[in-house]
Design a protein around this ligand. Structure first.
Ligand SMILES: CCCCCCCCCCCCC[C@H](O)CC(=O)SCCNC(=O)CCNC(=O)[C@H](O)C(C)(C)COP(=O)(O)OP(=O)(O)OC[C@H]1O[C@@H](n2cnc3c(N)ncnc32)[C@H](O)[C@@H]1OP(=O)(O)O
Ligand SMILES: NC(=O)c1ccc[n+]([C@@H]2O[C@H](COP(=O)([O-])OP(=O)(O)OC[C@H]3O[C@@H](n4cnc5c(N)ncnc54)[C@H](O)[C@@H]3O)[C@@H](O)[C@H]2O)c1
Length: 727
């Protein structure tokens, strides 16, 4: 706080920015706030105080980086909030832009709160592994009641000013100048009693069935948390507010805050927060970067293919208010696709209505369906989402190159195919790029953006901008088979299948990985995605099917271990959920409840007999290590090859696209917590046992980092000497 104005008889405290655009509490800001308050209190000419932020933003809360610094910046905020509340002079908060975390807690110490209609508020500490630690868990339930406080604190969601008004979190919402409105209110309050406005003195509003409500709420919180500690501790702090006097509740809040602060989960979640922002600042080995490349505006887009992916992509574009043309191969496919898209959009519109927003999709200027490529003449960008087949993709891109206007960008949603080969059939390879969405595309946040040899920086910047507009996290990566996400997943799934050959059951492997925190284990995931997808790809690669050379050993390909188990299941028509049978059995085709299948158990045991594999008990540790360490090992190769510019990229991909538990910070962050020497030793051990599995052989980069003394993750990339130029 640098600007303190004494304005008539009013003291205006203005938080000044620590950065260009956001105010978060550093030690200096806290000290200035405390000094300002004390000065206002001591000055008899000051009759009231207004607290506001600079540049139309109240505050983003404590400086998150401070939590991992030795002097733990921001920890003194609670006493300052109490100091505000105790003031004998009325204090009014003028909330503009955002009031988050400690920022909102400051307003809870104020006697009155006025918000601008576009302001957003929230206590997002839970999302970075913490709880509101400046007495917010004790004041908020007193202000808005336990159910609403529990919802806001355990989810960390942001709320609008109108919702805040409905909940009683703010006293007034204004459309005009919030600071002036706050000053007017402060002036009116001079000399009025404040006791009833001090939240710490108020009781928590009673519920007729508080105990039952809390018991039920805890079950819900735990279920949603999926192994993350913070939501449950947020709950405990709020429960304390219902049971104990304010001062004891604050003590409990501090105790719980400290547990979280020193937990690995908070560290991991805070790493993930900054990693997500770091990947926005993309660079490529050739020196192209977000700093110098400018995105082109996308006023109209097209999606080709309205299957599983195309439907979700169209929905995302419509939600982002980008006019779309949706194209299919014939009228029959078009009608099926149109129905599916309209259903998704209706559902999305309903969800948005609950939040007071609208979605306009029945207007042909916003969404058009077609089978004729001629309608693509005026679009700025096309996203191709047809079958995963190189010949088909090339045919489509060649056509697009001829029909679309010269400046249009051509994107492919391929899961693994070579972007350069696709681009080679166009006359504009510099405008061809991979935009790899994840299923369901209107829900999943990840957008892997793959540049080819000729892709221009403008094209990358435009794809990144598109991700942002679609509220997705874009991660720029290089071109290789499977890119980052799928390339790292192949060895993970491969190990899972090898474990079945050796003695595990699908449900054992899934359970271990779900206990680790994955939303869904590899076999449940395969059943959901459809086993036929991988089968088709393996047939295309000549690993199975009619093109396989006669006499090829069942369990070997190119001299390495191969498991035909997934192929055998597909040959029996077991494609997963869609056929009602896969690695599990389902109640019907299209059913969703996976049940262990005795058929699979006896099939596996016959398979082992046929191939003379001795069934052995495989413990949880081995399941976890073999699946995760091979995935991580591939990650080190990806970094060494320059396919991704840092470990954060791999982590953001895994958290947002593959259900990796965020509270473990992503696979590469997890590797850094396990310790690279431990990972190396385990890979060496398993590789000796399975010499025919190259994915278990430790990456040269991993070995190098261990030899360099296991440096911290932030330093890993400095140990690479880049020669490759992927652009
Ligand atoms: C030793 C033990 C003793 C125990 C004693 C217990 C006592 C406890 C006392 C503790 C007091 C705790 C107080 C409080 O409860 C805790 C907090 O306030 S935690 C912080 C809560 N706030 C947040 O989580 C907000 C996070 N930020 C956002 O959600 C978004 O950034 C935004 C504010 C909505 C803005 O979004 P955008 O406009 O899209 O902008 P960016 O996200 O790209 O951000 C721009 C830039 O700012 C950086 N940044 C944003 N917020 C913070 C922050 N709070 N701290 C640090 N940095 C922040 C962000 O990283 C970007 O910078 P870049 O990374 O690009 O350099
Ligand atoms: N399904 C997934 O989970 C997933 C995830 C990420 C990426 N992908 C990739 O996305 C692409 C599409 O996959 P999908 O699962 O949506 O496939 P899908 O089989 O569900 O749909 C493909 C659609 O493309 C249409 N199509 C085929 N040829 C066409 C043509 N010439 N013109 C117009 N439309 C045509 C088909 O009619 C079909 O509706 C593939 O490259 C796939 O690898 C899929």
């Amino acid at each position: 706080i640098q600007n303190l104005f004494i304005w008539n008889r009013l003291f205006l405290l203005v938080f000044c920015n620590s950065t260009e655009s956001l105010i978060y509490f550093s030690l200096a800001v806290l000290q200035a706030l405390e000094d300002g308050l004390k000065r206002a209190d001591a000055d008899p000419s000051v009759k009231a105080v207004t607290i506001c932020g600079e540049n139309g933003k109240f505050s983003a809360g404590a400086d998150i980086r401070g939590f991992s610094s030795p002097n733990k910046q921001g920890l003194g905020l609670g006493p300052i909030v109490s100091l505000i509340e105790r003031s004998e002079k009325p204090v009014v908060a003028a909330i503009e832009g955002i009031a988050l975390g400690g920022g909102l807690e400051v307003t809870l110490g104020c006697h009155y709160r006025i918000a601008h209609v576009q302001a957003r508020m929230g206590l997002p500490e839970v999302t970075i592994g913490l709880l509101p630690g400046a007495e917010g868990t004790q004041r908020l339930p007193r202000l808005i009641g336990v159910p609403a406080a529990l919802d806001i604190i355990t989810t960390g969601r942001h709320i609008s000013a109108s919702e805040a008004l409905k909940l009683g979190l703010v006293d007034e919402v204004v459309e005009e100048n919030t600071v002036e409105a706050a000053i007017r209110l402060a002036n009116r309050l001079i000399g009025q009693p404040l006791g009833h406005r001090r939240l710490s003195l108020k009781p928590v509003p009673k519920l007729p069935n508080m105990e039952a409500f809390l018991t039920e709420a805890l079950v819900k919180v735990k279920k949603r948390a999926q192994g993350c500690l913070a939501p449950e501790l947020c709950f405990q702090a709020i429960k304390a507010a219902t049971e104990q006097p304010f001062a004891d509740g604050v003590r409990k809040e501090r105790e719980l805050f400290n547990i979280l602060l020193t937990s690995g989960q908070a560290k991991a979640l805070q790493y993930a927060f900054f990693a997500e922002r770091a990947v926005e600042k993309w660079t490529t080995p050739s020196g192209a970067s977000w700093k110098t490349a400018s995105p082109q505006p996308i006023r109209k887009a097209a999606v080709i293919g309205l299957g599983t992916m195309g439907r979700g992509i169209v929905t995302s574009l419509v939600k982002a208010k980008i006019p779309v043309v949706a194209l299919e191969q014939d009228l029959e496919y078009l009608n099926t696709g149109r129905k599916a898209v309209m259903l998704l959009l209706e559902r999305e519109a309903m969800k948005m209505e609950q939040g007071g927003q609208t979605l306009d999709f029945n207007n042909p200027a916003r969404l058009q369906f077609a089978v004729d490529f001629d309608v693509l003449r005026d679009v700025d960008l096309v996203i191709e989402a047809v079958f995963e087949n190189m010949a088909l993709k090339k045919e489509i891109f060649n056509k697009l190159s001829r029909i679309c206007k010269p400046e249009a960008f051509l994107c492919t949603n391929t899961s693994a195919l070579n972007i350069d080969e696709i681009a080679s059939v166009t006359s504009r390879p510099q405008q061809v790029i991979g935009t790899h969405f994840f299923s369901p595309a209107h829900v999943m946040r990840l957008l892997e953006i793959i540049y080819g040899r000729h892709t221009s920086p403008t094209t990358i910047a435009t794809a990144m901008q598109l991700a942002k507009v679609m509220k997705k996290v874009g991660v720029v990566v290089g071109n290789c088979f499977g890119f980052v996400g799928n390339r790292m997943m192949f060895p993970y799934v491969q190990q899972a299948v090898f474990l079945l050959e050796e003695g595990s059951r699908p449900e054992d492997v899934d359970q271990v990985l779900e206990d680790f925190g994955f939303k869904i284990g590899p076999f449940r995931m395969s059943d959901l995605a459809g086993l036929d997808v991988g089968w088709r790809s393996r047939k295309d690669q000549g690993l199975t099917g009619p093109t396989l050379a006669p006499g090829t050993s069942a369990r070997q390909r190119h001299g390495y271990r191969y498991s035909p188990l997934p192929d055998l299941l597909c040959e029996k028509g077991r494609f997963g959920q869609k056929t009602g049978k896969g690695w599990y059995q389902y109640e019907k085709a299209g059913g969703r409840t996976a049940k262990p299948d005795p058929w699979i158990h006896s099939f596996l045991s016959e398979y082992r007999d046929t191939h003379q594999i001795k069934t052995r008990f495989i413990d949880q540790e081995e399941i976890l290590e073999r699946c995760l360490f091979t995935l991580i090992n591939e990650g080190f190769d990806i970094l060494a090859e320059g396919i991704a510019s840092g470990p954060e990229h791999l982590d953001v991909v895994y958290i947002n696209g593959y259900g990796w538990p965020k509270h473990r910070g992503g696979p590469m962050f997890y590797a850094s917590t396990v310790g690279l020497p431990n990972i190396l030793a385990k890979l060496q051990k398993y590789s000796e046992i399975h010499p025919d599995v190259p994915q278990l052989r430790p990456s040269a980069f991993l070995k190098k980092l261990v030899a360099m003394g296991n440096p911290p993750l932030n330093d890993w990339m400095s140990y690479l000497h880049r020669q490759s130029n992927k652009l």
